[in-house]
Design a binder for this molecule. Structure first.
Ligand SMILES: CC(C)(COP(=O)(O)OP(=O)(O)OC[C@H]1O[C@@H](n2cnc3c(N)ncnc32)[C@H](O)[C@@H]1OP(=O)(O)O)[C@@H](O)C(=O)NCCC(=O)NCCS
Length: 183
């Protein structure tokens, strides 16, 4: 079923150093290198032990794009073409109309601003396609991710508790100012 609040994101975006492209099955082998690496895939059900887990992950993202217009992008360095991470949107715990943003950068490429660059581009694009509130659910101990959210202009909103403990929810309001709407 497609979503009522459908915003169709573009399948490709670009930043100064990164090419962002919606994942396809062609990315599976490279993405699996990241997802199978315990130093990189430290969240959710990572690290993946089977290639089928990465294939399924991509298939789920492609279905979300097809049915709900939300994209999850492969991040490639423009200078080398290398896949160095991912960033995108999913319904998560907040739903398709106010989705969650997620990101992951390969361990050897951290600390040089790639996550900040990608999240800024994705959030700018959210504003452009009318996704006016975006969330990030982050474990309290994940200082790096909290800092990425804050750098992107997101603010702490509330805490929820699930089976794995506390989850801090950050949000950003991307709606145009009311006077801009009425101008
Ligand atoms: C979170 C993650 C994506 C950050 O990627 P990154 O490319 O290294 O982040 P950036 O270089 O863009 O840094 C953005 C900001 O976070 C800060 N930061 C990055 N890593 C940090 C760390 N380990 N501790 C404290 N601050 C950190 C940077 O200093 C920068 O802050 P600034 O704006 O004040 O300069 C990366 O650590 C990662 O992939 N972690 C595993 C996956 C994950 O946790 N995803 C989020 C799930 S909620």
């Amino acid at each position: 079923m497609t979503s009522r609040h459908r915003s169709s994101m573009l399948p490709a975006l670009c930043t100064e150093r990164l090419a962002l492209s919606a994942f396809t099955e062609d990315d599976a082998a490279e993405l699996h290198e990241l997802f199978a690496d315990p130093r990189t895939h430290t969240i959710g059900s990572g690290p993946f032990t089977a290639f089928a887990q990465t294939s399924r992950w991509i298939a789920n993202r492609m279905a979300t794009q097809r049915d709900h217009g939300l994209c999850w992008y492969a991040l490639r360095r423009i200078d080398t073409g290398q896949l160095i991470g991912n960033c995108g949107l999913f319904a998560g715990r907040t739903g398709y109309a106010e989705p969650e943003i997620g990101y992951l950068i390969a361990e050897g490429h951290r600390g040089v601003g790639y996550a900040a660059e990608a999240t800024a581009a994705v959030l700018r694009h959210c504003h452009a396609v009318g996704l006016w509130r975006v969330w990030a659910g982050i474990r309290p101990r994940n200082t790096a991710s909290r800092r990425v959210a804050e750098t992107a202009g997101m603010s702490f909103d509330h805490v929820e508790v699930d089976e794995r403990g506390e989850l801090m929810f950050y949000a950003i309001d991307l709606a145009p100012a009311t006077d801009a709407l009425s101008a």
